[in-house]
Design a binder for this molecule. Structure first.
Ligand SMILES: *[C@@H]1O[C@H](CO)[C@@H](O)[C@H](O)[C@H]1NC(C)=O
Ligand SMILES: *[C@@H]1O[C@H](CO)[C@@H](O)[C@H](O)[C@H]1NC(C)=O
Ligand SMILES: *[C@@H]1O[C@H](CO)[C@@H](O)[C@H](O)[C@H]1NC(C)=O
Ligand SMILES: *[C@@H]1O[C@H](CO)[C@@H](O)[C@H](O)[C@H]1NC(C)=O
Length: 784
């Protein structure tokens, strides 16, 4: 724990209890127009060196003489920060993390190394342990046999090949074929192929007259999280699930396979978690509270986030003989939909649904015990407002060497700690506190971050300005991001400052070129003076995006998740190695560097801009998009299921939401107006000499920042989403489990649950509840 504090940064709690300085906007409004003109002329002369990030004024640099300055004498913090970052360091960090296996709770050496590195660069740092219930593989078997003769026709190898020249592939500590939080069991049944294993895929099987009852389902990875597949199979009556990597998704259909290329080779096994994160993530035995040593635990049988049928991952080499056992049985998968046909056709597989005549035995022996895990948390204390904090985090645990997932991100986090340390040595301190977190046990189900958020939720809601997550920093070279609307404009601004390594563009331009543009989503939304109307790349709505889940959807902290995605052909396998990364993905480490620049600049701006770079108007705009998306979903549900809830009627009822959205939009303009006012009349730095004016400026700025930092919190519904109350964000969250696969994320999850119940009274109440929350948030924006 930090020296004098029990909770991380707990001392800062006192700060928030002090009354917030009252804005004197009305008085200002009267007096200022008079003084404004004179002031605008004078202010620029009074401003101290300001950086190009719009931050670091005044005493931010104590040793400003040591800091290089631009031609105009201004300190360019961005350039300084970029200069400190080193691809050699990133490379050696990556080499370190990938030199051994580091699954959840199993590599103390790496936790200690991370801690020492944080400390060495001047951070207050500590290891925060939790004690979740974690599983380990004991033995696995998948075999095909003749039900009459009991002759075994095929037994799966369940091993990945050794690739000569890649030491990671021959590490004796590499993990077995395994699904975290899978049920143990020994089950036998006929095999049924169910495409991606989405609820809609099982629905299609049912319509085609194929029974899944008492079968072993075989499904492919992709489209939805593995836990959704297992749960959907369980609901359809399957006894067990095999999830294999189809070459159409990330194997030879996509390109050369490792070691000839980056794509997935035939023996590659994709380990995964099957924890039902959509119910609640983290330790299944401590829902909603931290799994500290002495915490009370529920019984595994009571844990709603656990599935009760066993599952295992398979390579496509092992899947081949299984799929050939379904050949000619049931219906041809292509007759359900062409998209059901995978990439093994070149190996003679026609993709039939089964059930097979041969039997399949799936044996999964696992052992569960309370296991200590280590989060490493460090901080740099802010000079002006230490009670406000920006949290950045990445997970450290991996399924094997984990070069891309997560060590690319872990390597960047270490380099950021060093860079911030260097800047501090030169005299820079951020206005607000920066917290760096290296999470453990994310691969099992976001365990480390969830338990930490559950323990610190009160502090976070009082103090956290934002959480920025990077999981796999570099998987390919396509930039992707998901974020709370408040962070959108900042993401765009920062992406414009960072060069894209594979062309002469900025990351922003490359991102715009590579992503479906946002304009489509924005189409027919009237433009708003407060918001840029230039083309913008797509930012996903936050859903189940790694370690941001507990921050965004449980605690109500504005969050973002970013990284370069693309060649996913090694995901969760032994081939996600340093060698593969250096050979095929990022040989010069410049994609890593770009993430360091993006992630670091986001942290610096959030921690150091005098006025928080958050966009309240973007929320109103996105809300409009959510309403439309929900209406579309209602129409789709009606088509799919013939739900009673009449789309037209419901749509009329969404009037309350629309009116709340309108209110939010108007009130967001008040904040924008105050921001402009602050800038034009005082300047964001409030660095005038007149005491009275200085005080008024600080008060206005504090009021603006307070409203921006706390807007997201107002969207938290303490009651949570009906049926999965851990999820507390009223505006977005995971889809209802039975819908999953229809959209990537769910606007108004409580409303979705109400729609699912087909109870129009419930729907009405739910809509009113959400509209009330939005109205309250809107009023908060003009509170003074
Ligand atoms: C833990 O990680 C270190 C550094 O990567 C490595 O040298 C060591 O072998 C790992 N420990 C185990 C038990 O694999
Ligand atoms: C698991 O079930 C199979 C098939 O019924 C059986 O042959 C095997 O012995 C069982 N394994 C154990 C450890 O009981
Ligand atoms: C099982 O073995 C018997 C005896 O050899 C054979 O007649 C039958 O076709 C086999 N069943 C399957 C599904 O291959
Ligand atoms: C980038 O610009 C330089 C100089 O204009 C040019 O030589 C180079 O080919 C460009 N690279 C790419 C990838 O476009």
């Amino acid at each position: 724990m930090f020296d004098d504090e029990k909770l991380p940064l707990r001392c800062d709690r006192a700060a928030r209890q002090q009354p917030r300085p009252k804005s004197r906007r009305r008085l200002i409004a009267v007096l200022l127009p008079i003084a404004a003109l004179a002031f605008i002329v004078v202010v620029p002369w009074l401003l101290p060196a300001a950086s190009s990030t719009g931050s670091s004024g005044g005493n931010a640099f104590d040793n400003a003489d040591q800091v290089s300055s631009g031609p105009d004498g201004r300190i360019d913090l961005t350039r300084l920060f970029f200069d400190v970052l080193s691809t050699d360091r990133l490379r050696s960090n990556l080499e370190y993390y990938t030199s051994g296996v580091h699954p959840a709770g199993a590599n103390q050496t790496q936790a200690t190394h991370t801690l020492e590195h944080f400390k060495q660069h001047g951070l207050d740092a500590e290891i925060v342990e939790y004690y979740p219930w974690l599983g380990r593989p004991v033995s696995q078997r998948v075999a095909v046999f003749n039900a009459t003769t009991h002759v075994v026709e095929f037994e799966a190898g369940l091993q990945e090949d050794v690739v000569p020249g890649d030491p990671a592939s021959e590490n004796p500590n590499n993990l077995a074929a395994f699904h975290a939080y899978s049920a143990g069991g020994n089950v036998t049944g006929r095999l049924v192929y169910a495409n991606y294993g989405r609820p809609s895929d099982f629905g299609a099987l049912k319509r085609a007259g194929v029974s899944v009852k008492d079968s072993i389902a075989i499904v492919r990875y992709g489209k939805v999280l593995s836990n959704v597949k297992v749960h959907a199979a369980e609901l359809a009556g399957a006894r067990g699930v095999l999830i294999y990597s189809d070459p159409a998704d990330d194997g030879y259909v996509r390109g050369n396979v490792y070691p000839a290329g980056p794509w997935r080779p035939e023996s590659s096994i994709q380990r995964d978690s099957v924890l039902r994160q959509g119910v609640y993530p983290g330790d299944p035995l401590t829902p909603g509270y931290p799994s500290t040593k002495g915490a009370q635990r529920i019984e595994p049988s009571e844990a709603a986030s656990l599935s009760s049928i066993p599952s295992l991952p398979l390579s496509y080499r092992d899947a081949l003989p299984l799929l050939s056992a379904t050949q000619g049985h049931g219906v041809a998968a292509g007759s359900i939909d062409d998209a059901w046909v995978g990439g093994l056709t070149s190996k003679g597989i026609e993709y039939w649904t089964g059930p097979s005549k041969l039997m399949v035995n799936l044996e999964n022996r696992v052992t569960y015990e309370t296991t200590p895990i280590q989060n490493v948390v460090g901080r740099i204390k802010g000079w002006e407002d230490p009670g406000q904090a920006v949290v950045i985090g990445n997970h450290r645990d991996a399924w094997s060497a984990g070069a891309s997932d997560p060590s690319s991100g872990a390597a960047v986090l270490l380099e950021l700690a060093r860079a911030f340390g260097e800047l501090s040595r030169l005299g820079w301190r951020p206005r607000r506190t920066i917290v760096l977190a290296s999470w453990d046990a994310t691969e099992h189900g976001l365990v480390g971050s969830t338990e930490w958020v559950e323990e610190n939720v009160d502090w976070l809601r009082a103090s956290a300005v934002a959480y920025i997550n990077v999981g796999a920093a570099v998987e390919g070279d396509i930039f992707t991001a998901a974020a709370s609307p408040l962070l959108q404009n900042l993401l765009y601004a920062v992406a414009k400052q960072v060069p894209y390594p594979h062309s002469n563009e900025t990351v922003f331009d490359a991102w715009l070129r590579q992503s479906p543009a946002m304009q489509e989503a924005d189409a027919d939304i009237e433009s708003d003076a407060d918001i840029d109307t230039e083309p913008r790349p797509l930012i996903d709505t936050l859903g189940l995006h790694g370690d941001s889940v507990a921050f965004a959807l449980h605690a109500g902290i504005s969050s973002a998740d970013l990284g370069f995605s693309g060649s996913s052909g090694a995901r969760h396998s032994n081939f996600d190695s340093f060698k593969r990364m250096i050979t095929f993905v990022d040989s010069d480490m410049r994609l890593h560097l770009a993430v360091a620049q993006l992630w670091g600049l986001l942290a610096i701006r959030l921690a150091d801009d005098p006025v928080l770079p958050l966009c309240a108007g973007c929320y109103a705009k996105d809300l409009k998009r959510f309403i439309r998306q929900f209406e579309r979903q209602m129409r789709q549900r009606k088509r799919h299921t013939g739900d009673n809830a009449d789309g037209a009627t419901v749509s009329k009822k969404l009037r309350r939401l629309r009116s709340a959205q309108h209110q939010l939009k108007l009130n967001a303009r008040v904040v924008e107006h105050d921001k402009r006012h602050l800038r034009s009349v005082y300047g964001e730095d409030c660095s005038m000499t007149g005491r009275r004016r200085h005080t008024s400026c600080l008060a206005l700025r504090a009021s603006i920042n307070d409203r921006l930092a706390n807007l997201e919190r107002h969207f938290i519904d303490p009651d949570g989403v009906p049926g999965r109350e851990w999820y507390k964000h009223a505006l977005f969250g995971p889809e209802p489990e039975r819908w999953i696969g229809e959209t990537a994320h769910q606007p108004f999850p409580a409303l979705a649950a109400a729609l699912e119940s087909q109870d129009s009274r419930r729907l009405r109440l739910s809509e009113k509840g959400i509209a009330d929350i939005i109205h309250e948030a809107a009023w908060f924006l003009r509170e003074d």
